[in-house]
Design a binder for this molecule. Sequence first.
Ligand SMILES: C[S@@+](CC[C@H](N)C(=O)[O-])C[C@H]1O[C@@H](n2cnc3c(N)ncnc32)[C@H](O)[C@@H]1O
Length: 503
Amino acid sequence: MLLPAGQCSSSVLQLLRRSGLGLGHCQHGKLPGCLPVRLRRSPRCLSGGTGPRPCASFPRGPGDLGGGSGAWGKDEEPLDASVPPQGDDAPWSQPSLGAQTARSFSSLEKPTRIFPEEMQPPEIEYVATGHEECSDESEAASPPPLRTPALCCEAQPAPAKELPAHSVGSSPRELPFQPGDLLYAEFQKGENIFKRLFKLEAAGQLSSNWGAIPYKEMIGKLPGQLLRSSIGHHFMLRRPALEEFVLLMKRGPTISYPKDMNMMLMMMNVKQGDVILDVGSGSGGMSLFLSQAVGSQGRVKSFEIRKDHHNQAKKNYKCWRDAWKISHVEEWPDNVDFIHKDILKAAEDIESITFDGVALDMLNPQIALPIVYPNLKQGGICAVYLANITQVIELLEGIRICKLSLSCEQIREVLLRDWLVCPAKRKDGTLAQRVEPKTSMDLKLYSQRDFETEENENVQENDYGESLSGFPYSSIPYIARPFHCQANHTAFLVKLRKFNPEH
Ligand SMILES: C[S@@+](CC[C@H](N)C(=O)[O-])C[C@H]1O[C@@H](n2cnc3c(N)ncnc32)[C@H](O)[C@@H]1O
């Protein structure tokens, strides 16, 4: 069905007037967004219509199940704490238990960094500042008493060796630490994690309640360096991954959580060279991920209605690129255009562009859809980030009312569960002991025993799998359980595909 532009406008005005798009107005017994009707209209069929709700947004995180009202500005202060993700399996060590040693061996031991703010443990530090530059190191907040006794690390910290830039492991692209570098220090005891993003200076030190480390000890080291603090704790020094930077950078509004951003990238199937529309820029989190995904051949157009958010997004982007420049041979692409403009008034700005994908993270994205729709390529995906399921319904209802040829392919929630795997301890903090099997021969005999297959061939079990015989017996029992504190709901991600209806 073809609709004249006027009809489209009136539908959209109806939609806008509802301001929240109550379902009670649904007139068709059809699934919103699933039975689209062809629309023909000018990209600006809404111009002059009801304006957007500037600066408005929706709450996020568990318990944020309100009607989606409220301004970004007021209630979205930068985080005081954040729990960024882990990217390595480095052993976390605490040397005070003497001979009774055990290895914290898995990255599973590290808790999620995807917690909403209110769930984040207070001992996780957020150090980003409001300066133009990236965060400087600042005084650690008093950590709460540690709940779990310290573990020891079998391996002693590797002696710090300074390597020339050209000999950096298998990749010569990452350089040793130098003044101006954006670094990330991490120290973990059980479920308690200390994390800090700071700028390395020529002089000074990283100070914390777990001791200090002079900057000069860090200069020249390579990422993944364990350094001992003044009171004997071992800090892992490295550069933040993009995910960690985004979680710890200074925020305007709440960012989309990396787990959700990654899913949105997947939904849009973003590739190198793609041109993507990002609304709104917010703190610049999604823009950074998109920048990485489209690469130097691609482009990201990022619209933001609020000046303060627009500035913050630009600062964060610059901060990341500057830090990258210091630490890498190849530059981070300068491929994001941050545009301070209401997307509802941006039809002309995007008129000549065909987008491979559109990421919408704003309140009432349904009102932006008629603007961005004409510029999304046929078959392209618009991925929408929404906090509440009621907003998802409003989105789909908006698509139906505006008769946009967008089919809803997925409505997804990304759930993560992090686990703790560590040596079991007694109440007094000493490590428990596992009882060794009577003889290691028992194991050996069992594992090497011949057995008959259905075909009556004699086969040695060893032919199919590794025997445990000869493997060193560990007397330490491990526990494995989910972390106490888990991320709960963050968002619903809606995948909308533009299609060309049958004529
Ligand atoms: C949740 S934030 C986006 C966060 C961002 N994805 C990130 O990862 O940092 C939503 C942003 O959309 C902006 N916004 C809301 N309505 C808008 C509109 N009509 N045009 C452009 N931006 C808008 C808000 O000001 C806010 O900064």
